[in-house]
Design a protein around this ligand. Structure first.
Ligand SMILES: [Zn+2]
Ligand SMILES: [Zn+2]
Ligand SMILES: [Zn+2]
Ligand SMILES: [Zn+2]
Length: 659
């Protein structure tokens, strides 16, 4: 999950960086204009010819052109050095000459002429609204158009992204909410604080990802919905005040059996369980067999008894048998030997039973073979056991040793079949050792599974094997994917490593820069390599634009009638404007959400969409016939065109150009 979010945030950070850089270039151009303006105006003032107090605004033409039409007096009537002491705000308004939509500003002529002061909005040109990627995420009270990109205010933000549902592995859209300082986001490239794990919500909390672990938090003041899944070290802030030796953020845990212990969240997430409940090496199949055998021979419970077991319940845990130093082979690391179960039979003989199930099949355990065959000899020599029975499940090789007895049992045999096989083998080795065996065999079914069930419930908490852990189902950490080059005449250049399409995981997509400048553009890597996708869509649009789309007379008639119904002005004959035709098509398809309040497509949305998608606009940004229609087509095929109103999804419908 975190890995995927990091990828998305890296792309966004690069976009913000590029947007800031572009905005700074614009700011530098505008500042250069005003610097030149100042020099010219000051020179003009220095070279004046009129007498003292006789130079008027109109005599400084560079300033005079900025005289606002709302001023009630004319520039011929106002002195170039007009300034009234004690009146802070000048009554004279000026108009920014750069057409950037700046509000008229009041200033005293003296300041403008002698100091060369210019449009104040031009000096602080970069607004948060200019950084599209950030402005989309901004939810502050002050409009993004009125906020400097370097504001030090803390504001709320929303990151729209994708998250995985841990139990199903499905991706779905989510919104991350967090507060951050605008300047830090714009200039330091700070990404989403939820994605980064600094802010915890339902998409990344311990409660969501590891509910079983969250249920074991033993502190009423801690809410697992607020816990990260990776907390391990104590934060530096806390470290200063705490014992410096303990650098780990250990929490208290309490298992279902009431054992308490301390561990970090990361320890727990990586698999550390209750140290006293560890059932490593014991299997439920083993417990089921031992329970049956306990009905046939004198079962010797292990010491000490497992404290979590209710009274009256048989303890089927393994025995730790200590081998005296004299008998411990030098190459054995431990003096305690684990034996799964111990029985007493007639004649005072002690029989150990070892259950070698699937655990023993793993390659890693193969080298235990020697240790396993030595075990019976050492235990016999130390006078701890008289016979060690190795129950070998499946195709495990038999163990050959004088005091060992190998009993092969088929995989998936039931406890009754296993018990018959083991008890018969024991009776064959030690006659009369299992007197009840014939009766048992005759009953044709297991007799002691109630005890086994009770024990399994007490120890594991469930009878069936535990479900696979959710983090394995979701598998959020993708493997590194193979990179392939674009087709030789492609306009696309990769900007990043390929990744899986979060909504169609079989598809490998990649972000590209298109030769037209459009970037990042997400496409299916294989399509780019084969040449089916050669550009961001700009090539395809060029071809399209050459053929002026024809609109049938029937559609023209219907669109005209529809427009009239809507109260939209439309001529009686001739071609219906394409904006109306495009709006009509969307309306007919039920896509009223794409239309504005007047029933027509909104020009600014289409303009934004066109810029984002490399569509050519007409002069002065005018939306052309073709763009109106293309936008409608995009709406109808893609569903939700990327017009900037929605955050870019990690992998939109990747464009495939018609072959
Ligand atoms: Zn301005
Ligand atoms: Zn996020
Ligand atoms: Zn426990
Ligand atoms: Zn392009």
């Amino acid at each position: 999950m975190r890995h995927f979010w990091n990828d998305v945030n890296r792309v966004r950070r690069e976009r913000v960086h590029a947007e800031v850089a572009a905005a700074k270039v614009r700011q530098a151009q505008v500042s250069a204009f005003w610097d030149r303006h100042k020099t010219v105006v000051k020179e003009r003032w220095a070279g004046r010819t009129a007498g003292r107090g006789k130079t008027m605004i109109v005599d400084i033409p560079e300033i005079a052109v900025q005289w606002h039409s709302d001023n009630t007096v004319r520039p011929e009537e106002v002195s170039a050095t007009a300034q009234q002491r004690g009146v802070a705000v000048s009554p004279y308004l000026w108009e920014c000459p750069l057409g950037l939509g700046h509000k008229p500003w009041p200033a005293w002529p003296k300041d403008r002429v002698q100091a060369g002061a210019g449009c104040p909005a031009c000096r602080q040109l970069i607004r948060l609204a200019d950084l599209r990627t950030l402005a989309d995420q901004y939810r502050g009270l002050i409009p993004a158009g009125d906020t400097s990109f370097a504001a030090r205010d803390r504001a709320p933000w929303v990151c729209r992204t994708w998250a995985v549902e841990p139990t199903t592995g499905r991706w779905h859209k989510v919104e991350h909410h967090f507060d951050a300082v605008t300047k830090e986001r714009a200039l330091q490239g700070d990404g989403c604080r939820v994605c980064a794990g600094y802010v915890i919500d339902d998409t990344n909390s311990l409660q969501t990802w590891f509910p079983e672990i969250a249920a074991e938090v033993d502190d009423p003041d801690i809410d697992p919905r607020q816990l990260s899944t990776s907390q391990h070290n104590i934060s530096r802030k806390k470290l200063d005040t705490n014992d410096p030796k303990d650098a780990y953020e250990r929490l208290s845990w309490r298992c279902r059996h009431g054992h308490r212990w301390k561990a970090t969240i990361l320890n727990r997430v990586r698999g550390a369980r209750c140290p006293r409940c560890s059932t490593a090496g014991t299997s439920k199949e083993q417990v089921r067999l031992i329970a049956e055998l306990a009905g046939l021979m004198d079962y010797v419970p292990p010491q000490p008894r497992d404290a979590r077991l209710p009274d009256g319940l048989t303890d089927f845990a393994s025995h730790q048998i200590t081998v005296p130093p004299l008998h411990k082979p030098d190459h054995w690391r431990y003096k305690a030997v684990e034996v799964d179960a111990v029985f007493h039979v007639q004649g005072g003989l002690r029989i150990g039973v070892e259950y070698d199930g699937s655990y023993h099949h793993s390659v890693k355990k193969r080298d235990r073979q020697q240790f396993e065959s030595e075990k019976s000899q050492v235990l016999a020599a130390a006078d701890k056991l008289d016979l060690l029975v190795h129950v070998r499940v499946g195709d495990l090789p038999p163990l050959e040793a004088p005091q060992a007895l190998s009993v092969p049992i088929p995989e998936r045999s039931d406890p009754y079949q296993q018990a018959c096989a083991v008890a018969t083998a024991i009776r064959n080795r030690i006659p009369d050792s299992v007197p009840g065996l014939d009766d048992y065999v005759a009953r044709r079914r297991a007799q002691c599974q109630e005890q086994a069930d009770a024990y399994i419930l007490a120890v594991w908490g469930e009878l069936r094997p535990p479900r696979r852990k959710p983090e394995r189902v979701a598998s959020p950490r993708p493997r590194r994917l193979k990179e392939t080059e674009p087709h030789h005449d492609s306009l696309l250049t990769p900007v990043d490593a390929p990744y899986r399409n979060p909504v169609r995981s079989a598809e490998i997509v990649r972000d590209y820069q298109c030769a037209c400048g459009n970037s990042p553009f997400t496409a299916v890597q294989a399509q780019v390599t084969s040449g089916n996708t050669k550009s961001c869509g700009c090539l395809r649009n060029q071809t399209k634009q050459q053929q002026r789309s024809t609109i049938s007379s029937v559609e023209t008639r219907d669109a005209r009638a529809w427009a009239r119904e809507q109260g939209i002005e439309v001529g009686v004959n001739g071609r219906v404007p394409d904006r109306i035709t495009a709006s009509y098509r969307l309306s007919k398809a039920g896509r009223l959400d794409a239309l504005g309040s007047d029933g027509l497509l909104e020009e600014h949305r289409v303009q934004q969409w066109a810029q984002l998608n490399g569509q050519k606009l007409g002069a002065r940004g005018r939306v052309t016939s073709e763009v109106w229609l293309a936008y409608a087509i995009d709406c109808l095929t893609v569903g939700e065109p990327d017009d900037g109103a929605t955050e870019q999804q990690p992998a939109r419908e990747a464009v495939q150009e018609g072959a």
